[in-house]
Write a protein that binds this ligand. Structure first.
Ligand SMILES: [Zn+2]
Ligand SMILES: [Zn+2]
Length: 356
């Protein structure tokens, strides 16, 4: 295709100030491709950027937000042989610097040069420009080819699945026969339920406060759902596990109550993985329980360890599905309205997808 010089893009001009404006179409460097974007999903991370800002983000007036996107490769840098023009691809956020201690060990989401573009680090939609636009450039390391029977919309959900997959990997990875508890039935929690089932967990428990989400979790494979507004969650989990507790608890809600619940309902010697971002300091949590019960507490910052590739493979086999999570579609021009829908959960909004 003929690459235009200008494109439409959503630029952050200040907190709570997104404007759809014209920008130059970016040009890929040697190891990058230009993507013509078809779909880009709104994520809780975007709301945080828009409402509070984050460290290392590009300046107001320049920053194109959006990080969960998919589209066609339309232009390639000099050294790119892994992808062809016309390939359908989706992206993960983190491109490590490939030169720090963590990146050399494969731990690129914990890059020691996070935010330093001059050292080769990229986190599109966080520290470099992202995907609420007609085009974006991505380093080859962040790309995954989309299988034929997966749509662009479905492919935007793979980072949502990559996060719990990475969390399970961090906690040892092998879960057949285990009981996995998931706290928080948002998009990540509902993907966590599906991933745990797909990887062979014996029983999966989902807790939260909204019955419609818990019911959806049940239809996606949860064996037990517990509404924290109606029941004592740790008591219900202990009863379900014959007094032992969950082997692994995935925390997909960033609150003190969620963390305390995890500490109370995970078995002695069990694992807790924090998937959620905690915006505020945590108070009144008895973290000493982790020591008393000999539990391990892990964290993941989004997808990592190429788990988006595993997620896409699971999706291609039908072991995890994205459609029930996708609730709304908007045009790029309607991005502000789309954000309102997402933030206020209008019409039970969960994943809201933007089409340039
Ligand atoms: Zn995200
Ligand atoms: Zn690095």
């Amino acid at each position: 295709m003929e690459i235009p010089k200008k494109m439409k893009a959503a630029v952050l001009y200040g907190l709570e100030d997104i404007r759809i404006v014209e920008r130059d179409v970016p040009v890929p460097e040697d190891e990058e491709v230009l993507i013509k974007i078809e779909s880009c999903a709104i994520c809780g991370g975007d709301v945080k950027i828009v409402s509070r800002g984050i460290p290392n983000m590009p300046p107001f007036g320049e920053f194109i937000i959006g990080h969960e996107y998919s589209g066609y490769v339309v232009q390639k840098g000099k050294t790119v042989t892994e992808y062809e023009i016309g390939d359908r691809v989706t992206v993960e956020v983190h491109k490590g610097c490939d030169r720090c201690k963590n990146c050399r060990a494969g731990n690129y989401t914990a890059c020691l040069n996070y935010g330093d573009v001059s050292k080769g680090h990229r986190a599109n939609g966080f520290t470099t420009n992202g995907g609420f636009a007609e085009f974006a450039v991505n380093h080859v390391n962040t790309l995954t080819k989309i299988p034929e029977n997966i749509s662009f919309d479905q492919a935007t959900i793979i980072t949502t699945a990559g996060t719990p997959l990475y969390g399970i990997e961090k906690a040892g990875g092998y879960i057949p026969g285990e009981t996995i508890a998931v706290i928080g039935p948002g998009a990540i929690g509902l993907m966590a339920v599906q991933c745990a089932k797909a990887l062979g967990a014996d029983k999966v428990i989902l807790t939260g406060t909204r019955d419609d989400r818990l019911d959806l979790g049940k239809s996606l494979g949860a064996d037990l759902t517990v509404n924290a507004k109606q029941e004592d969650v740790p008591a219900a989990v202990l009863k379900f596990t014959e007094g032992i507790g969950a082997d692994l608890t995935l925390v997909a809600a960033g609150t003190s109550a969620a963390l305390q619940t995890a500490l109370n309902m995970t078995r002695r010697g069990g694992n807790i993985v924090l998937l959620a971002h905690f915006d505020d300091p945590i108070n009144d949590v008895n973290i000493g329980l982790a020591v008393l019960k000999g539990m391990n507490v892990f964290t993941v910052r989004g997808e990592g360890s190429s788990t988006v590739h595993s997620a896409l493979s699971l999706m291609n086999k039908g072991s995890i599905i994205a459609d029930p999570l996708i609730t709304h579609h908007y045009k790029l021009d309607q991005l502000n309205e789309a954000f309102t829908t997402f933030r206020e959960r209008k019409g039970n909004a969960m994943k809201v997808i933007i089409h340039p």
